[in-house]
Design a protein around this ligand. Structure first.
Ligand code: PGA
Length: 248
């Protein structure tokens, strides 16, 4: 079945207000038909970037969220707050949140559940560390991160998986086309077991980790690669749009 590719930029802790607006406008101007396009911006610029994207096809995304609805959670942001600003999708389980900020699998699962329950599209990030790959544990790691979604998602359109090998993120060392396809195929097969094959066939699986204009076409051409989650290369309209175009 044909899945519409989805390419999302993850700006991480980059840009300032003026450069965020400029970047958003540049992406909005060049975004082609045939690919779903989104940008996950820092919280503080969501409102300004949302206004810069108004009237375009580019979707506004958040990089994180807290799972509670409201209350005494100093510093946290709820799904309702994101929706209030026009956010369409939200990441959960990014490797920097898991491994730099120390989020547990339980917390990632709670966030994922809240994102879906609130009606946003979830980009659930999974991926192994280098030592886990070297020890032959890649598929087990990915399987256990998929388990975080058990019981939380019914509609395949509300879920996107981002396979991001930790050793490829921000390192300039991307997975080869074959390494990506192998894990993507496994993720689809595992989702087929957890839900059913039809559900698994509908869910988009993005690749992330040093995806650039010069390696995007090869990765996107893989059967189970349905787009990308782009960090460094999403910070310039030209490089981001080159990747978006490679997904067409
Ligand atoms: P990168 O980041 O493209 O800079 O490797 C990808 C990500 O972390 O989503």
């Amino acid at each position: 079945m044909a899945r519409t590719p989805f390419v999302a930029g993850n700006w991480k802790m980059n840009t300032n207000k003026a450069s965020a607006i400029e970047l958003a406008k540049g992406v909005a101007k060049g975004a082609p038909a045939g690919v779903q396009v989104g940008v996950a911006t820092p919280f503080v610029y969501l409102d300004a970037v949302g206004q810069a994207l108004a009237g375009s096809k580019v979707q506004l995304g958040a990089q994180d969220v807290y799972f509670e609805k409201s209350g005494a959670f100093t510093g946290e942001i709820s799904v309702e707050m994101l929706k209030d600003l026009g956010v369409a999708f939200c990441l959960a389980g990014h490797s920097e949140r898991r491994h730099v900020l120390g989020e547990s699998s339980e917390l990632v699962g709670q966030k994922a559940r809240a994102i879906v329950a609130g009606g946003l599209t979830l980009i659930h990030c999974v991926g192994e560390k280098l030592e886990q790959r070297d020890a032959g544990h890649t598929l087990n790691v990915v399987q256990s991160q998929l388990e975080e979604l058990r019981g939380s998602v019914e509609d395949p359109n509300s879920l996107v998986i981002a396979y991001e090998p930790v050793w490829a993120i921000g390192t300039g060392r991307n997975a080869t086309d074959q390494q990506a396809q192998e894990v993507h195929a496994y993720i689809r097969e595992a989702m087929g077991r957890m839900w059913n094959p039809d559900f698994a066939n509908r869910v988009r699986i993005q690749y992330g980790g040093s995806m650039k204009p010069d390696n995007a076409a090869g990765l996107m051409a893989q059967r189970d690669v349905d787009g990308g989650l782009i960090g460094g290369a999403s910070l310039k309209p030209d490089s981001f749009l080159a990747i978006v175009n490679a997904a067409k």
